[in-house]
Design a protein. Sequence first.
Length: 98
Amino acid sequence: MQANEQDKNQLKEFKEEWLKAFTQEGERPVKFTGYMDLFCSVKAILNACKDTLLAIESNSSNESNYIDLYNLIDLADKLIPYGDFEVLEKIKFGKAIN
């Protein structure tokens, strides 16, 4: 029971820290300084979503569609490049998606 309470407290702290990054209007006041910053931020959000969906799926007693959501987010994560170099490589070898 103590572990469950500790998990709830950690989730609450995470949520509070996460919400500090956004204004009440849902905007992020921090400006991105480059593509790498943007890529890393988007990938971090996608990974947080995937972790949350897997946790929900593992605690779910009935069949759910959370694993489908996980697979969709995982695909989006794989399609986002890791940085400028990867984008340039895809363009160089004609693998860019139009």
